[in-house]
Design a protein around this ligand. Structure first.
Ligand code: DMJ
Length: 449
């Protein structure tokens, strides 16, 4: 019902725009996707399909067939277009077998290739590309800007599928080159900083985070291994080594006994966790499944503790929704201390971890916690024409941000639904979810470049 409500309102007031503005009842375009439109349609497709909302799925499919235009201009984020558009189209193709989704994914994939024309082959920071002109950039940018780990490190899953479906190795070659640069570069204390020069291939600053700027790079290492049917041992080793360094240098326990993952700035710890970092409970649990017994237990405990800390960040707010970032300093424990970090924009990471922990442990608390989120969303985020983010999770007098993010339909509602499904609905044995929760099948053939 929540998905139908979110979709129906998007359809009524914003079809063809990127997101719905549920208070002003109109659409939002923004600049993340260049000239591309319909981000919510593409992000919602597989969720509608999985939830068996057949009529609504047909409406979305029709829009893709009739109105989804790839010959558009304007600079878009390679990362966002890849995880939402390419991921959404690929997943829907694999779920339905309908050619239109495959051909759109491949056509779009081709348009992303110029973004890799840099001296190292690492797409530049912000990773802009211009779909229509297929243009790369002048050298003017080369001395400025750096590339972001979570952006250029979050292409692998989709690009391997693009190569497999097209029979063209170029996509796999691009991401295997990124892998090569990363595996060779020296890592301070075994950690991966968030900024790298696309010109020299060396780190630009020493800021390390498992939240924003770093997050999905780690996720794609373990998922690359899983998606390769556990053949991509290089990805597994890079993941294991990175997690060991994170455990050693970033995992901390607060005075009140809450485990969290701090951020690292040139050796100095910032005792803060972003909402984005809360995906890591699920990731660590997923990776733990496959290690030796002693490590398996340790990692499952770590995953459960982090997920519980993220739950605390929700439980300690008045709305029972979590802030954008929470801290463990100056007497605070899993609460936001800055006004600018009190908002909640319908993000999925906490329920994502509940879903993985539920599937892997079957402890009922994860379903209880998920249900708390459902109730809080209904109470504080549902408005007359859709769902909206809120500006302050610590007050029950609502101040809505007037934005229904496309990832709410792609991820938040999908993970909540899967939390209450049988395990064989998109079984973790057969599917990996890209970082926008678009399911990609585990591949039983070796399709590395
Ligand atoms: C989503 O687009 C993806 O989950 C991404 O990895 C991080 N940010 C948003 C959701 O918070």
């Amino acid at each position: 019902q929540m998905m139908k409500f979110a979709w129906d309102n998007y359809k009524q007031y914003a079809l063809g725009k990127n997101e719905l503005r549920p208070l002003s009842k109109n659409g939002h375009i923004g600049n993340m996707f260049g000239g591309l439109r319909g981000a919510t349609v593409i992000d919602a497709l597989d969720t509608l399909y999985i939830m068996e909302l057949e009529e609504e799925f047909q409406e979305a499919k029709q829009w893709v067939e009739k109105s989804f235009d790839l010959n558009v201009n304007g600079e878009a984020s390679l990362f966002e277009v890849n995880i939402r558009y390419v991921g959404g189209l690929l997943a829907t193709y694999y779920l339905t077998g309908e050619e239109v989704f495959k051909s759109k994914a491949l056509e779009l994939g081709e348009k992303l290739l110029p973004a890799f024309n840099t001296p190292t082959g690492i797409p530049r920071g912000g990773s802009l590309f211009s779909p229509c002109s297929g243009m790369s950039w002048s050298w003017g940018w080369a001395s400025a800007g750096s590339s972001i780990l979570a952006e250029f490190g979050t292409l692998h899953l989709e690009f391997l599928h693009l190569s497999q479906l097209s029979g063209n190795p170029v996509f796999a070659e691009k991401v295997m080159n990124i892998r090569r640069v990363l595996s060779r570069v020296e890592k301070p204390q075994g950690l991966y900083p968030n900024f790298l020069s696309p010109v020299t291939g060396s780190w630009v600053q020493h800021h390390v985070s498992i939240g924003g700027l770093g997050d999905s790079f780690y996720e794609y290492l373990i998922k690359s291994w899983l998606m390769s049917d556990k053949k991509d041992s290089e990805a597994k080793k890079m993941y294991d080594d990175a997690l060991e360094a994170i455990e050693k240098h970033l995992v901390k326990k607060s005075a009140g006994g809450l485990t969290y993952i701090a951020e690292w700035r040139g050796g100095i710890l910032d005792h803060k966790m972003g909402h984005l970092a809360c995906f890591s409970g699920g990731m660590i649990a997923l990776g733990a499944e496959h290690g030796p017994e002693e490590r398996r237990q340790r990692h499952m405990e770590l995953a459960a503790e982090i997920t519980s800390t993220c739950h605390e960040s929700y439980a300690r707010s008045d709305t029972k929704l979590g802030p954008e970032a929470f801290r463990f300093d100056a007497g605070s424990e899993a609460t936001a201390t800055r006004l600018s970090e009190r908002y909640y924009i319908l993000r999925p990471e906490v329920v994502e971890s509940y879903m993985y922990l539920w599937r892997l442990t079957h402890q009922p608390k994860y379903r209880h916690w998920g249900w708390e989120v459902v109730q809080a969303l209904e109470k504080h985020c549902r408005v007359e024409a859709g769902f909206s983010g809120i500006r302050d999770v610590y007050t029950t007098t609502p101040s809505h941000d007037n934005m229904q993010q496309s990832f709410f339909l792609a991820e938040t509602l999908k993970y909540l639904y899967l939390l209450f499904c049988e395990d064989d609905v998109l079984s973790l044995e057969d599917w990996v979810f890209n970082t926008e929760a678009h399911p990609l099948p585990i591949n039983h053939t070796d399709f590395r470049a």
